[in-house]
Design a protein around this ligand. Structure first.
Ligand code: NAD
Length: 341
């Protein structure tokens, strides 16, 4: 049994806790949050007796195999370095870092300590996205040459996560990071990116719309587009939609988790809806299932001593896309060359 502690008992951590309860071979035995009310509320809800308001105290007092860091980005580097110093494995929420040098420093700290460092980059772990990838890998549409990964919504994300309305960066850093990571997952790393951003909602501080174009090393050109300002007749939050054109056919992941594949043999439509886990609630069930999938992957990797798919090192390439997208948007959509890890 791998014993873990959750650091950060905020808005999203409840999903982590439910998912940990379902992951075989893992148990959360201690909690930490510097906010005593949140700490107590989570401890009571999930029946965890050992609680700390200071992560250093937690790491000094508990015997742990891993920590699950579910705080916002500003605290990731100090907490990852602290955990690496105590030689425990680490799973850390996205955005892993808001500067490349912090990402690299965390990777170095984990490597020197000989511990696993995985980023909780969960969108690629959604079952609909995995089903689409399996079709591409099977060659169902031949060799992909063009793709679109799209997330457009007007869902009120600000009430659950008020920091999204006030941070200096919004949609690329919070949501685009996931959508860019899906593009990497499907089409591989990119040579170049260009981007344009816009703020439509006057009540928030940063951009709520972003459109990015990537040229991938595989030869695919993709468009990654995100919006929290799009009032659609049918709200599909939090679905990521896909369009991929290949040499032999096309793939579409449509609202309602409908995967449509077309090639010379005809058209197939598959229902790739995520399962509704016992603790999940629509429309979040898609994200909630991916939290379970990624946390299970983390434990599988610890048991097998293998590198996680979304390791810290892998995630540097997603972070680089985020940084390059902001740079491009600030410089009139200039094309930025990437230098992947
Ligand atoms: P939140 O502000 O609601 O919760 C963060 C908690 O961490 C707070 O309770 C805060 O007191 C605590 N905290 C901060 N620094 C701490 C420290 N040094 N020691 C102990 N506790 C500390 O934030 P949230 O909305 O739950 O988001 C947390 C992270 O999860 C963010 O990085 C966010 O981007 C990410 N997130 C991911 C997904 C996803 O699908 N992967 C979805 C939502 C949020």
């Amino acid at each position: 049994m791998k014993k873990g502690a959750l650091i950060g008992c905020g808005f999203f951590a409840r999903n982590h806790m439910h998912a940990w309860a379902d992951v075989e071979g893992a148990a959360i035995t201690a909690l930490c949050d510097r906010d005593e009310n949140r700490l107590k509320e989570t401890a009571d809800r999930f029946g965890v007796e050992r609680t700390y308001t200071d992560a250093a105290d937690l790491l000094k007092s508990e015997e742990l195999d891993f920590v699950d860091i579910a705080t916002t980005v500003q605290t990731h580097r100090p907490l990852v370095e602290l955990a690496a110093g105590s030689r425990v494995h680490i799973i850390c929420q996205k955005p892993f870092a808001d500067a490349m040098e912090d990402g690299k420093a965390m990777i170095d700290a984990a490597a020197s300590a000989g511990v696993t460092l995985m980023v909780h980059e969960n969108f690629r772990w959604q079952s609909a996205i995995r089903a689409a990838k399996a079709e591409l890998d099977k060659g169902s549409i031949g060799m992909p040459f063009w793709g679109r990964v799209s997330f457009r919504s007007a869902y009120d994300v600000y009430s659950g996560q008020p920091y999204l309305a006030t941070d200096d960066r919004f949609i690329i850093q919070d949501l685009g990071i996931h959508i860019l990571d899906i593009a990497r997952f499907l089409f591989g790393d990119a040579h170049t990116i260009s981007a344009s951003t816009k703020r439509v909602n006057p009540a928030i501080r940063a951009e709520d719309v972003a459109t990015m174009m990537l040229v991938h090393e595989s030869g695919v050109t993709s468009v990654v587009d995100c919006s929290y300002a799009s009032r659609l007749p049918r709200e599909s939050f939090p679905e990521s939609l896909l369009e991929v054109d290949g040499s032999e056919g096309t793939l579409r992941l449509m609202p309602g988790y409908r995967l449509v594949l077309h090639n010379a043999s005809g058209t197939r439509e598959l229902d790739v809806s995520p399962p509704l886990l016992s603790w999940a609630a629509r429309p979040w069930h898609n994200i909630q299932e991916s939290v379970y999938n990624i946390q299970r992957h983390f434990i599988d990797c610890l048991n097998a001593s293998s590198a996680p798919e979304t390791s810290g090192l892998d995630n540097l390439n997603t972070l680089e896309l985020v940084e390059a997208a902001y740079l491009s948007a600030a410089e009139n959509s200039r094309t930025i060359k990437l230098d992947t890890a």
